[in-house]
Design a protein around this ligand. Structure first.
Ligand code: 13P
Ligand code: 13P
Ligand code: MG
Ligand code: MG
Length: 384
């Protein structure tokens, strides 16, 4: 039997031009050089380097399996090379996502986001990689639910006998570091009870129930929790396999036709719509956003990456984008108020606590009774 192929998507923000906008071409070239040397040596079968916003995306195929130190070490070296360029050019936030100075066998917990999917290649192996900027891993919860569990999105759940039994979702609790498996359709309400809190419960993997085939993987790294402070949002990546007993490419993309609100945007502290964009628009300006997602379509052939197809580069998503921009405008008008600004639990990992700390000593205890009395006196005109 042929070797299993692993598709590894590993990303990091290691600095960018003009704020959190996009990497410099020389950074992408530096990362590409490291990966092409690895391809020549036979460590990688194939690779592609791109970016969404300020995040560099390494899309790699190999036969080493997930979590392999050689592959993670390679990604680390590529990010180091891109960081070196960022430092030379004095780009903003050089090395932002590399939380450690030393690599210790696995990039998980060191800053980069990781989604890896090991597969036995089917006769045709269509796969989509998703790359988002200015948001968090839980941003994929809603679309993953719609792709794999909502028949109003995915016709195949009703029509295709190979999908009819449903899917199993692995949900990861980022605060506890624990996972739970939930079956759909029978446990849909339990699933929704968790993943409706996307800052904590993240859809990490999805399996086809019939044969446990791994259909989707999402990066779950939450940098703020790793670093204990704000170091940029945990801009996520995802891999979804398509067709032949799995949701069709169009069913997968359909889940992004509704620009739902996600956490991220300016200073990782605001809700905004997730805008599906082509590679041309995979860079952020307005209020450092709004959050956006890129979809790249591939066929994998003996590990070779055939593609990418720039899947949101279609007028059919123009209305989604138009609605998203209207929502962006509407949300922006709230300025510093919730629910545009995130709630207090999420703000704990930003610089806001420092501001609140300064106000702490200025609070004085008020005697409620006196205040109420004075108010009533004022109203009745009997003041002293
Ligand atoms: P600065 O305080 O470096 O301007 O950072 C703001 C910001 O962009 C947060 O990432
Ligand atoms: P990134 O997480 O994309 O670096 O964005 C950080 C930020 O603070 C944007 O305002
Ligand atoms: Mg950044
Ligand atoms: Mg980013």
């Amino acid at each position: 039997m042929a070797d299993k192929i692993t598709l590894s998507v590993i990303k990091a923000d290691v600095g960018s031009i003009s704020g959190h906008y996009m990497p410099h071409p020389d950074q992408l070239a530096a990362a590409t050089k490291v990966l092409s040397e690895a391809k020549q040596k036979g460590l990688l079968i194939d690779f592609y380097v791109t970016h969404v916003g300020d995040d560099i995306q390494l899309i790699m195929t190999h036969t080493k399996g997930p979590d392999h130190p050689d592959i993670h070490g390679l990604a680390w070296d590529a990010f180091q090379a891109a960081t070196k360029v960022a430092k030379e050019l004095k780009l903003y936030a050089a090395g932002q996502d590399l939380l450690s100075d030393a690599f210790s066998g696995n990039v998980r917990g060191l800053g980069p986001g990781v989604a890896e999917l090991e597969m036995e290649e089917r006769k045709a192996e269509p796969v989509i990689t998703f790359h988002a900027d200015k948001t968090e891993p839980g941003a994929f919860n809603l679309p993953m639910y719609r792709i794999f569990a909502d028949p109003f999105n995915t016709a195949g759940l009703v029509i295709d006998p190979r999908m009819h039994a449903g899917f199993v979702f692995e949900v990861f609790d980022v605060y506890e570091g624990k996972s739970v498996l939930l079956k759909t359709p029978e446990e849909s309400y339990d699933l929704l009870a968790l993943i409706g809190t996307p800052g904590r419960y993240i859809v990490r993997r999805v399996y086809r129930k019939e044969d446990n085939l791994l259909a989707a993987v999402v990066s779950v790294e939450r940098l703020n929790l790793v670093a204990g402070q704000y170091v940029g949002k945990d801009d996520p990546v995802a891999i979804v396999r398509a067709q032949s007993g799995l949701p069709a490419v169009g069913e997968i993309l359909e889940a992004f036709a509704f620009p739902h609100l996600v956490a991220g945007w300016m200073r990782g502290s605001h809700h905004g719509p997730l805008v599906p964009v082509s590679m041309r628009y995979a860079r952020v300006t307005r209020f450092d956003g709004p959050p956006r997602v890129l979809a790249l379509g591939w066929n994998i052939s003996k590990g070779r990456l055939i593609g990418p197809a720039d899947l949101f580069d279609d007028v059919a998503f123009d209305e989604t984008r138009r609605l998203a921009l209207q929502i962006a405008e509407y949300m922006r008008r709230h300025g510093p108020f919730m629910p545009h600004r995130l709630g207090p639990e999420e703000m704990e990992y930003t610089t806001l606590p420092e501001v609140l700390e300064r106000l702490k000593n200025r609070f004085v205890k008020t005697e409620e009774v006196k205040v109420v009395k004075r108010h009533s006196e004022m109203l009745s005109g009997e003041h002293d």
